[in-house]
Design a protein around this ligand. Structure first.
Ligand code: ZN
Length: 193
């Protein structure tokens, strides 16, 4: 388990935490767990998510087990800088859908003394690095990779296999469109196609 530092930071004393993994791996649950604890430590917390993610409640970061924290949907990563006023901790969910500016934004916030916690998919449905996540993983102080369970064999899964026909990178959906698979089972599915 990730044991966080919840002491308040000064200028230059912030940092970046990345929580990444496949779909159904518990990324949002882990983000919410860390943010809740920051709130208990009386820190000011702001949460942002891309406006593209319209599943569930528009105003809340909602995880699959329905624990939720209110959040602000934003159109572009650069808006986060303008909206993150007087905060100690910034949480960002579904970060893979943000533009490439996100890494820069997170570094500016951390340089300003803010603890930034980013959760997102590290790979798209083809198994390729997803959006700004690879670059965020490079500049983060802490990276936590969480795993789902392979629905074919029960091993640890780190691929999000899409079983409906579409080449679009962004196709929102849950169990009706994606299934977590391990490397072996993911390769098997690819060969069948
Ligand atoms: Zn498997």
């Amino acid at each position: 388990m990730f044991l966080e530092n919840t002491t308040k930071q000064s200028i230059g004393g912030g940092w970046i935490e990345v929580i990444c993994g496949s779909m159904f791996s518990g990324k949002t649950e882990e983000l919410i767990r860390r943010l809740r604890r920051a709130k208990i430590a009386r820190q000011r917390v702001e949460i942002f998510k891309p406006a593209i993610d319209t599943r569930y409640d528009k105003e809340a970061v909602v995880s699959h087990d329905e624990t939720s924290i209110k959040s602000t949907p934003v159109q572009a990563a650069s808006q986060i800088i303008l909206l993150a006023n007087d905060v100690d901790v910034v949480g960002i969910d579904e970060a893979q859908f943000f533009d490439d500016e996100l890494s820069n934004v997170c570094n500016l916030l951390a340089n300003d003394g803010i603890r930034v916690i980013v959760a997102g998919l590290d790979m798209d449905f083809r198994g390729k690095p997803f959006g700004p996540i690879p670059s965020l993983m490079s500049s983060a102080e802490y990276v936590t990779k969480v795993h789902a369970i392979c629905m074919e064999c029960g091993s640890l899964a780190h691929y999000s296999h899409r079983f409906v026909e579409s080449e679009s990178l962004v196709l929102l959906g849950e169990t009706d469109r994606y299934v977590p698979l391990c490397r072996k089972c993911f390769l098997k599915k690819k060969k069948v196609k």
